[in-house]
Design a protein around this ligand. Structure first.
Ligand code: T46
Length: 133
């Protein structure tokens, strides 16, 4: 399974907490894009796609949601619910996001610029693309 949870180093004192994210240091790729997801509600799922070449780190800055990760053979579930843990998702992983808390805030760091052509949004095509690799 091409994903892992990364514990971020926290600089904390009586004023609060700070986490620094740096490309090719504690983030294992060059960061080309940042986007965020907010105003979520529990009724709707997101994701349901894979990327051929994209690597991402997802952090739940506030609230929680569940990721389903699938490499074509296995499916695993991961909860994101704290800002000091990043979910790294590598190439060729199908992901689904569900059980969002109201107003969950996800920040995503990506290794490539946005390119819709690079998305695989059909699960059968995803399985086919894995076999052809
Ligand atoms: C992923 C999960 C975790 C853009 O125009 N630029 C962007 O950088 C992104 C990410 C999206 N968009 C547009 C494309 C769609 O019209 O924003 C709209 C919503 O995107 P999407 O339905 O793909 O959102 P999610 O939450 O299902 O998936 C997103 C990322 O697209 C995806 O790469 O891994 O978050």
């Amino acid at each position: 399974m091409n994903y892992k949870l990364i514990n971020m180093k926290v600089f904390g004192d009586e004023r609060g907490k700070l986490i620094s994210l740096e490309g090719n240091k504690n983030i294992p790729f060059d960061i080309k894009r940042v986007y965020y997801i907010y105003d979520t509600i529990p009724d709707f799922e997101r994701g349901k796609h894979a990327h051929k070449n994209l690597e991402q780190i997802i952090v739940a800055m506030d609230g929680s949601c569940q990721f389903v990760l699938d490499d074509g053979e296995k499916r695993e579930e991961v909860w994101l619910n704290r800002p000091d843990i990043g979910l790294y998702i590598g190439k060729n992983m199908w992901r689904e996001m569900r059980h969002f808390s109201y107003g969950c805030k996800l920040m995503v760091l990506a290794s490539e610029h946005y390119n819709e052509k690079e998305y695989i949004r059909d699960y059968q095509k995803f399985l086919g693309s894995i076999k052809n690799d």
